[in-house]
Design a protein around this ligand. Structure first.
Ligand code: UDP
Length: 243
């Protein structure tokens, strides 16, 4: 499959260009915090419940909360219907997402509790773990859960010998490599880095830099989204007393 023509990608993007990204918070009434994102053709919802007392009790940690992220790919989200329920892939993504977010959430403030984060992929078009992680981070902030920073994510990879940012489905399928990255932007610390495929050392460096830059752009959008939501809240006369 031809992925690059006249220096442009299938959807007309340059090599260092992200797909269109939209994000919104406080989209669900009953969750403590929530976020909805569209990233290219991906459509993802994230919702936070908790902190609440963890049951069964023997799982409780008196020094900190348990963070539990559940990534779910909806049966109708992909071209070929996905069998409902967890599989190896979703268990893996839930685990790496939980680990990435555990480095920013101040879990020590909520001993003996659990914070549940549900990530629902409603429509998938590659890069969903990056979108899910970015949306989950927004939903946690929207829930008012203290965090050291947000987590922002973006992937890069190799298609037809070229290093490009933010692979879409066709590029993920027919390309040579995909490299999802998630960072704590203020520290520049990496909290998720995976690689599906092969890269030379120089290619890896280039892909890493592109993904990092992409994640920093996503971080700016996250901050603007949260700021916008706060301004609307204040504008509507909300305050700490809940009045
Ligand atoms: N995908 C699919 N069926 C599945 C799992 C994945 O069609 O059961 C598609 C989906 O579009 C996904 C893409 O393959 O976004 C790439 O999946 P990958 O495991 O690389 O994770 P992602 O790039 O979404 O983080």
């Amino acid at each position: 499959m031809v992925l690059i023509k006249d220096g442009k990608r299938l959807d007309g993007r340059d090599f260092d260009e992200l797909r269109d990204v939209k994000m919104e918070v406080s989209v669900l009434e009953r969750a403590v915090g929530s976020a909805y994102m569209e990233w290219g053709k991906n459509k993802v919802m994230a919702a936070v419940y908790g902190p609440r007392e963890l049951h069964p009790k023997f799982l409780q940690d008196p020094t900190k909360a348990l963070l539990r992220c559940t990534y779910n790919l909806a049966p109708f989200s992909v071209e070929e219907r996905k069998r409902p329920g967890p599989d190896r892939r979703s268990v893996e993504i839930s685990k790496v997402t939980t680990e990435a977010l555990s480095s920013v959430v101040m879990l020590e403030k909520f001993p003996n509790t659990v914070i549940d984060v549900f990530i629902e992929i409603l429509q998938a078009d590659a890069g969903t773990r990056c979108v899910g992680l970015t949306a989950a981070s927004l939903a946690l902030a929207d829930a008012g859960i203290p965090m050291r920073d947000l987590v922002a994510a973006c992937s890069a990879g190799k298609i037809q010998g070229e290093i490009v940012v933010d692979l879409m489905k066709e590029e993920d399928n027919y390309g040579e490599c995909d490299l999802p990255l998630a960072i704590i932007p203020r520290k520049g610390e990496v909290v998720l880095l995976q690689m599906d495929g092969k890269l030379t050392k120089d290619e890896f460096k280039k892909a890493y830099e592109l993904a990092f830059k992409g994640a920093m752009k996503v971080y700016e959008m996250q901050k603007n989204t949260l700021l916008g939501s706060m301004k609307r809240f204040v504008g509507e006369g909300g305050n700490d007393d809940g009045n």
